[in-house]
Design a protein around this ligand. Structure first.
Ligand code: FAD
Length: 319
């Protein structure tokens, strides 16, 4: 039987939705499931992790693990993977997951694949599916090692209602301090803005917004809808938006319930970051803009006229 170890994605003591999504997928392929949680003051998460579908919870809870550091985090995952005899080790798509996964794979001499959108099992043979060349092709990869370390794309799997596991906690010893790199302080983005990765609605702005006034106009719509606010690279390079707001191949990959693109042409590098969204709405004044090829709904028009109308209609619905 396949044994899948899922790495819990915990942010400021809160379990993120990707953990339940990965556990649901593991159950769906008939795997035995375990989860590894690393942090400080996180023991209370064990029942939540069991309810999300894990049969065993490996918990490394130590004050030294409060601030994320890839070395010690990887040591905890490797420890859990060995104890559980995991043949698949799944990370959600996060900066920490991307930093830790290759270290774990190297230490276990396992295959490592990122941006996974599907995993299938044929007997003991593991096959993974991932987009490549900015989404132009889909690769199906047969894994020749006994173990696979996978970083799963945001939104690739869905959490299933009614899945449960068993509360069976195994405490992991805190790893040795990483002498190569010591995290002294974590400076978080204090803007209070919604993290693109967590947002159920993402609104992005492109070069069609022209300048800061255009960006601010679209941002007001994002505020009305409590949406994450992102941008194409053109607006990041132009200095109108911070780099952590860039959606695309070299930015964030998002898969919200609704993605709204304003004044974005739909270059392949942008699409690579958002074409997994459940519903896509595009506003562009060029009817031939490639973004309309992936959009479920399209408005051919000037965003400076469309955004105020949308805001007005949303206000009516809300009142
Ligand atoms: P444009 O392509 O200039 O499009 C602007 C659009 O706005 C046009 O379609 C136009 O019709 C429309 N428009 C103009 N005025 C209005 C108006 N008033 N109302 C409505 N519509 C209007 N890009 C990313 O976004 N993310 C990435 O991660 C990324 N990574 C890259 C990596 C590499 C290696 C390379 C080479 C490029 C990458 N790019 C990335 C850049 C990408 O190729 C495009 O250049 C970029 O996405 C274009 O941004 P845009 O759509 O905002 O601008």
């Amino acid at each position: 039987m396949a044994k899948v170890l899922v790495i819990a994605d915990i942010k400021q003591g809160v379990l993120k939705g990707s953990t339940a999504e990965l556990l649901s997928k593991a159950k769906a392929i008939g795997a035995q499931t375990a989860v590894v949680a690393v942090g400080s003051n996180i023991e209370s998460l064990s029942s939540e992790l069991a309810n999300a579908g894990s049969d065993t919870q490996y918990i490394a809870d130590d004050p030294s693990l409060e601030l994320f550091s890839a070395g010690p985090f990887a040591a905890c995952v490797v420890d859990a993977a060995k104890q559980f005899a995991a043949n698949q080790i799944w990370f959600g798509f996060s900066e920490s997951g991307k930093a830790v996964a290759p270290r774990v794979a190297a230490q276990l001499n396992a295959a490592c694949a990122s941006e996974i959108t599907d995993v299938t099992l044929d007997g003991d043979q593991i096959e993974v599916v991932r987009p490549a060349i900015a989404g132009k092709v889909i690769q199906r990869i047969k894994v020749n090692t006994e173990q696979l370390v996978a970083v799963v794309r945001a939104g690739a799997f869905e959490a299933t209602e009614g899945i449960t596991g068993t509360e069976n906690v195994v405490k992991l010893a805190a790893p040795e301090a990483d002498l190569k790199a010591v995290i002294k302080e974590l400076i978080s983005d204090a803007s209070g803005e919604i993290d693109l990765a967590d947002a159920d609605i993402v609104i992005s702005v492109g070069r069609g917004a022209k300048d800061q006034a255009g960006v601010d106009l679209v941002k007001e719509l994002a505020n009305d809808l409590t949406a994450g606010f992102g941008a194409s690279r053109a607006m990041v390079d132009g200095g109108f938006m911070a780099h952590n707001k860039q959606v695309g191949q070299t930015g964030k990959i998002v898969a919200p319930s609704l993605y709204m693109a304003f004044g974005i042409s739909g270059a392949i590098q942008h699409l690579a970051g958002m074409n997994g969204s459940k519903v896509i709405l595009a506003v562009n004044k060029d009817p031939e803009a490639p973004i309309f090829n992936v959009a479920d709904y399209g408005i051919v028009g000037d965003l400076f006229e469309v955004v105020p109308v949308l805001r007005e209609e949303i206000k009516k619905i809300k009142s």
